[in-house]
Design a protein around this ligand. Sequence first.
Ligand SMILES: Cc1cc2nc3c(=O)[nH]c(=O)nc-3n(C[C@H](O)[C@H](O)[C@H](O)COP(=O)(O)O)c2cc1C
Length: 172
Amino acid sequence: MSPTPTDVEHPVTNVDIIVSKGDEKGDITYANPIFFKLAGYTQAELLEKPHSIIRHPDMPKIIFKYLWDTIKSGKDVKAFVKNLCKDGGFYWVFAHVRVATNPDGSFRNYVSTRRGMSAGARAVIEPLYKELLAAEQSGGMDASLPILEAFLKDNGASLDTFNDAMQKIQNS
Ligand SMILES: Cc1cc2nc3c(=O)[nH]c(=O)nc-3n(C[C@H](O)[C@H](O)[C@H](O)COP(=O)(O)O)c2cc1C
């Protein structure tokens, strides 16, 4: 049973770097102390568990679809993520998910490095995600995809330049 969400925000300071690694399925194979501390779980509770254990119900599915489609194709992702803590609270991050390979080029793991989200980004992303989520509640990702594409277009971007658009928003 996942925790019942509350409106208690757990602050991410601008020195925090929250790191986790995942296998092909996205199960957590490593995380740094701040990851566990923020989420409010022990290592034993999170290791070998899917990253979706900290998925917040406010997160639109289309963002995770973009994430998985992109990392499965070997490319990095930059995306804003709201995560759910064990106590029902939440924290927002700007995540950079990379695909790490072994010296022979084979898959090693996925690595997510997260920093706090800027205030400028919060003002833009929170309403966007609300809109995407509302669309998904009635029409699924068929309904949220055109909204995401229109948002990117308004920002002079497209799905192909999603990461650059998100970085720009984080810097705003
Ligand atoms: C390295 C890595 C880090 C991830 N970090 C998060 C995260 O912090 N929060 C999250 O909700 N999903 C994260 N995900 C995505 C999850 O695997 C999952 O797709 C997402 O939570 C949506 O859940 P669902 O696929 O069950 O719908 C991460 C995936 C990878 C590979």
